[in-house]
Design a protein around this ligand. Structure first.
Ligand code: ADP
Ligand code: MG
Length: 358
């Protein structure tokens, strides 16, 4: 039994398309699948051809009416085909957030509800809303794995870092941490930026990126518009082939790669790009961070890092030629090694972080 959240606080990156079509393809492989639409916009519900509101009950009723959860769940589930079920959403879900915030254990409602269904399914796929709020926290507490769709060519890596940090925080409260994999979506094979950004993503994620890449395919958009899965709309499309390949890849892993330790979840380190080295240091509390290194003669104050969109993710791109360099971060007056980089060199004062460009 695997519960997979499809999660990214960015809208339009392919979450819903992935939830619908991964769900449909898993069912096509004769797995028993439940898709939970956890987005008040109800795009997954619509994408399966269900009019939100056509059914009297939705995920909203399940999250808010807890007393007789077991009874209600059966009433809410819509049977789409022999192997595929849906818990629909509706716009009322947007009003659930303030109500849930008032309650105890507000982050565990979905987990409690899904607990009553574990026997009935092989896979539960949760389509998350485009923000990190109480609904997303519910998804993170309920799931065993998370797939992060990333729109190719536009990878917002600081947004990704923030999301991973959030998952990491929730993981500290979970007996078994959520395993994470990124999925490149809307990949345009004709452009160089797509392949370059994919490489950058693989580097950032230490390989925790699906081998399968979802190409740009207008049939996926059309299918959603017609309220059909890609298998129903055009089984021979490249979109169908990509989602079937993704499904095989998901099935081939017992579980998405599991983070062994909490440190393993941290994935940042200097990334070598074609424009230079992207240094990153995470600290929401810091008020000033600089890169200090042998390549600037250890001068403090020369290379300030930017707090990207106030996320606490400090970054600085430094154009560097081939070679091996030593560096540290100067954080509010303190000299620190890069916690995300295991490479170090001993010096007379202790250790420095190192990076090699070849
Ligand atoms: N691989 C793709 N090729 C073409 N269009 C896509 C693809 N994936 C998603 N889309 C379209 O892009 C838009 C946003 O995708 P969606 O899955 O709804 O994103 P999200 O749920 O993250 O907001 C939708 O119109 C969808 O049909
Ligand atoms: Mg969506």
């Amino acid at each position: 039994m695997r519960i997979i959240s499809i999660i990214n606080q960015k809208g339009g990156c392919g979450k819903t398309t992935t939830a619908i079509n991964l769900g449909a393809c898993l069912a096509d492989f004769r797995k028993r699948v439940l898709v939970v639409d956890l987005d008040p916009q109800a795009h997954a519900t619509l994408g399966f051809g269900i009019n939100p509101g056509e059914y009297r009950l939705s995920v909203y009723d399940l999250l808010l009416g807890r007393d007789d959860v077991g009874e209600r769940t059966r009433d809410v589930i819509i049977n789409l085909n022999e192997h595929l079920d849906l818990i629909p959403s509706d716009v009322m879900l947007s009003t659930a957030e303030p109500v849930l915030l008032q309650r105890d254990r507000r982050e565990y409602f979905l987990a409690d509800m899904l607990n009553t269904l574990l026997e009935q399914y092989d896979f539960i796929i949760i389509d998350c809303p485009p923000n990190i709020g109480v609904l997303t926290f519910n998804a993170l507490h309920a799931c065993s794995e998370a797939i992060i769709p990333m729109e190719s060519g536009l990878f917002a890596l600081h947004g990704l870092a923030k999301l991973i940090e959030t998952i990491h925080l929730v993981n500290q409260k979970k007996p078994v941490p959520t395993a994470i994999s990124a999925l490149a979506t809307m990949y345009d094979r004709r452009t160089r930026i797509a392949s370059e950004s994919l490489e950058e993503l693989r580097s950032h994620m230490h390989g925790r990126v699906f081998r399968t890449v979802i190409s740009l395919n207008v049939k996926l958009k059309e299918a959603a518009g017609y309220g059909q899965t890609i298998l129903e709309y055009d089984r021979n499309s490249s979109g169908a082939k990509d989602y079937l390949a993704l499904t095989r890849e998901v099935l081939s892993m017992k579980k998405l790669k599991k983070a062994k330790t909490q440190d393993d979840v941290r994935f940042l380190r200097p990334v070598i790009t074609k424009d230079g080295v992207l240094f990153t240091y995470y600290s929401p509390k810091a008020s000033q961070v600089h890169v200090v290194a042998d390549f600037n003669n250890w001068k403090v104050g020369q290379l300030p890092m930017e707090n990207v969109e106030g996320t606490g993710m400090w970054q600085r791109l430094v154009p560097l030629k081939r070679g091996k360099y030593e560096y540290k971060f100067f954080v509010d007056g303190q000299w620190l090694n890069d916690p995300d980089n295991p490479n170090k060199a001993a010096t007379e004062y202790g250790e420095n972080s190192t990076i090699e460009i070849d």
